[in-house]
Design a binder for this molecule. Structure first.
Ligand code: ADP
Ligand code: ZN
Length: 712
């Protein structure tokens, strides 16, 4: 099997012109019947790596997947592209299984998804042996590793190599570490596997960390900038998911919540609504996400600090699976840090969890490119600043914070290191709350010396002192602040402190879509919204998740290209044959009407003049009338009609040319190979008008194109 066939299948079924570089190598490896291990981040395009071989090779591929809840969606997505697929798992009825069996026998299935327990069940491998199996794909292969975070014991029961020594295995995962990798190879008995490791960078995700102060307000303005986009807000507790959802609902947003205490049917229903774009904002605990295969999650917000970088990376990784620009926000507070430390202490793996939390904290406090910090954590050395994180976009400036530090430290000393951060700030700002007066904190020398700074600024300042080791928190003493040897040097030896500019965090949130919009962008947004609504309508009519009609990337591709011919539309990325047949006309018509209207309003859109003429033609005007209305020469209108006809618009050319005339000109074109209008005109001794010649030429060209069309 060769790659050329694979490329044609990619265009035919998925509508993509090219493979991503690693996909091509992986596919070549599978074609060579090599066992193959693929480590690629979420959104890297793992599915294509086994689906294309499955489609073009003899027989069918068996895909082992632990996510039973996702099987239906995965199979539906394949079918939507015109690929025969089915699944078998232990939740199905006998009838359903018989139906799949019949399809397998009839050779109608190219990909069979099965759960690991089904595969391990009595007699199942013998059943499979009756069929020509092209390959085994082990999806989420990290589940086989006891080391990983979602170990599935059933995975270790897979004895594929013994049973099917000649069938290549391709294992795929988004988990990168070495232990998991060697576990997968061992457990699956992969035979001298080819290993492909992609970078784990997700350049389309913007990374932003903000102070948790006023987070709801920040979220509100963030969401107002992004109407109709889906996203997840991760919260630490169930109660918080409900709170945040209710608050957002009150503000008029389409939000709901999800956590493990909801009943299973409620959870399934909520998830379904999110997939269908009926719920826009999901406030959820980390229970949400594992079973979510939604390509157009445009943003992920961490309302609270995650407990480690692995979890954080996995959670933000749910955004932008379609490769489009997506935003992530992390809200950071010392309060969360305190809660998480408590969890870590209760975890049974205190040291490990504490160490991981410490790295999470360092990430949140980082003053160098966040992506560098993140990738370094995963042992990928990135040298260049990414340009798509808050630090890169708004590099920190430093100021001399010695006096501020001295004020804070002195208040800590004078209250005998017994107070927490909130009280310290109140003292510095001169609050008159009861506790302060009762403890006579208003008498100490530093009372009110920091009144010129906001609570937020003081919080940031103290957070920085903590991360610099100038202050410490005694977690076992009600989180009281303590001074350190470093603080003494600052207080008594006038050692200098460099702090990051405090106003920074409020300026920081400048994600890509928050710059002022040009007229063009407003036009594009309007078209996107139109297509989005159309997709939603179709998705309701056919009861399909919207991204099984067209992914967001396709809608954006349409907006960017504004195709004025159906051919140009069809050539866009991500529109395979089947979807083109089902939805192509409908979407193209919507685009055509939109462009026509906007062009009439004065927007300059390439090729729109043809479309205005077409609209007049449809209304029944003749060429002279059209020329008059459009203030163009009849000559131009004639060219428009020829262009439209050549590009598959419904123009009845026989109004302007008789059939025998058309054939005479076509004969001439075929024989003489000249397509010069004047030569043709001369040849026919002036009997054929230029309009007729133009139309015949258009006919000739469009026939030529049809003949060149590749049919798979
Ligand atoms: P993964 O399983 O690794 O998370 P997917 O297989 O879901 O990734 O692919 C992620 C996105 O990239 C999907 O939207 C998919 O359609 C798109 N994609 C995959 N391969 C290509 C390609 N060769 N060209 C264009 N888009 C692609
Ligand atoms: Zn960066």
């Amino acid at each position: 099997m060769n790659l050329e066939v694979a490329r044609h299948a990619l265009k035919h079924y998925y509508g993509y012109d090219t493979f991503r570089s690693m996909q091509e190598d992986v596919i070549a490896s599978v074609f060579a019947k090599q066992d193959t291990l693929v480590l690629m981040p979420t959104g890297g395009g793992k599915s294509i790596c086994y689906q294309i071989p499955a489609v073009v090779l003899q027989g069918f591929a068996v895909v082992v997947s632990p996510l039973i809840a996702l099987m239906q969606d995965q199979v539906d997505a394949l079918k939507a592209n015109g690929i025969g697929a089915g699944f078998m798992n232990s939740t199905q009825s006998r009838e359903e299984l018989l139906e799949i069996d019949a399809q397998l026998r009839a050779g109608q299935i190219k990909l069979l998804y099965i759960s690991p327990e089904k595969l391990a069940s009595q007699g199942f491998t013998n059943y499979l042996k009756r069929f020509p199996i092209s390959l085994f794909a082990i999806d989420e292969a990290h589940c086989i590793s006891t080391w990983g975070h979602d170990f599935r014991p059933e995975y270790t029961e897979l004895k594929l190599k013994n049973q099917f020594p000649d069938v290549p295995i391709i294992a795929l995962t988004a988990t990168a570490d070495k232990t998991t990798r060697s576990d997968i190879i061992q457990q699956l008995h992969l035979n001298n596997p080819k290993i492909f490791i992609d970078s784990f960078d997700r350049p389309n995700l913007s990374l932003n960390v903000l102070s948790a102060q006023n987070r709801l307000q920040i979220i509100q303005s963030f969401l107002e900038q992004r109407p109709d986009t889906s996203g997840i807000i991760y919260c630490l507790s169930r109660k918080e998911t409900e709170n945040v959802a209710h608050k957002l609902q009150k503000l008029g947003f389409n939000a709901d919540y999800y956590h493990a205490k909801l009943s299973a049917p409620d959870r399934a229903a909520t998830q379904r609504q999110f997939l269908k774009d009926n719920i826009q904002i999901m406030c959820a605990t980390i229970a949400f996400g594992m079973g979510i295969d939604k390509s157009n999650i445009r943003w992920v917000i961490h309302y609270n600090l995650p407990k480690n970088i692995e979890a954080y990376y996995q959670e933000i990784g749910r955004a932008g699976r379609d490769g489009l620009q997506s935003d992530t926000l992390l809200f950071y507070s010392y309060r969360d840090l305190i809660t998480l430390r408590k969890f870590a202490e209760e975890s049974g793996q205190v040291q490990l969890q504490m160490a991981k939390l410490e790295r999470m904290k360092q990430y949140a406090e980082s003053v160098i490119c966040r992506r560098k910090t993140l990738l370094n954590y995963f042992s990928e050395n990135q040298v260049e600043d990414c340009g798509n994180c808050d630090v890169c976009r708004n590099p920190p400036s430093f100021f001399n914070g010695t006096i501020l530090a001295q004020k804070a430290l002195s208040a800590v000393v004078r209250t005998e290191e017994k107070i927490g951060m909130g009280m310290l700030i109140d003292i510095l700002r001169g609050s008159r709350r009861k506790e302060i007066l009762a403890n006579q904190f208003d008498q100490i020398k530093t009372y009110g010396v920091g009144a010129d700074m906001s609570v937020l600024e003081w919080q940031e300042c103290i957070s920085q002192l903590l991360s610099l080791g100038i202050l410490e928190i005694a977690y076992n003493e009600n989180n009281a602040l303590k001074i350190t040897p470093k603080s003494k040097a600052i207080l008594f030896q006038n050692e200098q402190v460099r702090l990051v500019s405090l106003s920074r965090s409020r300026e920081r949130l400048q994600t890509s879509s928050e710059r002022p919009k040009s007229k063009r962008q407003i036009l594009d947004n309007e078209l996107f919204k139109l297509l989005f609504t159309l997709r939603k309508r179709l998705s309701e009519r056919y009861n399909l998740p919207p991204d099984q009609i067209f992914q967001d990337s396709v809608l954006q591709g349409i907006v960017k290209a504004k195709p004025i011919t159906i051919r140009a539309f069809k050539n866009l990325q991500g529109i395979g044959e089947r979807k083109f047949r089902l939805y192509g006309r409908t979407f193209f018509e919507a685009v055509r009407k939109f462009i026509t209207e906007k062009a009439k309003e004065g927007f300059k859109i390439k090729g729109s003049s043809y479309l205005i003429t077409f609209e007049l033609y449809q209304k029944g005007y003749d060429i002279k009338q059209m020329a008059k209305i459009r203030k163009l020469a009849t000559n131009s209108i004639e060219s428009h009609l020829a262009y439209l006809y050549q590009h598959d618009y419904e123009i009845d050319i026989y109004r302007y040319i008789q059939e025998h005339e058309l054939h005479s000109i076509l004969d001439f074109l075929r024989q003489s190979k000249s397509n010069k209008m004047t030569e043709i005109h001369e040849y026919f001794g002036g009997r054929m008008s230029y309009l007729k010649i133009k139309l015949a030429l258009a006919h000739y060209e469009s026939q030529k194109k049809d003949a060149q069309k590749y049919s798979f």
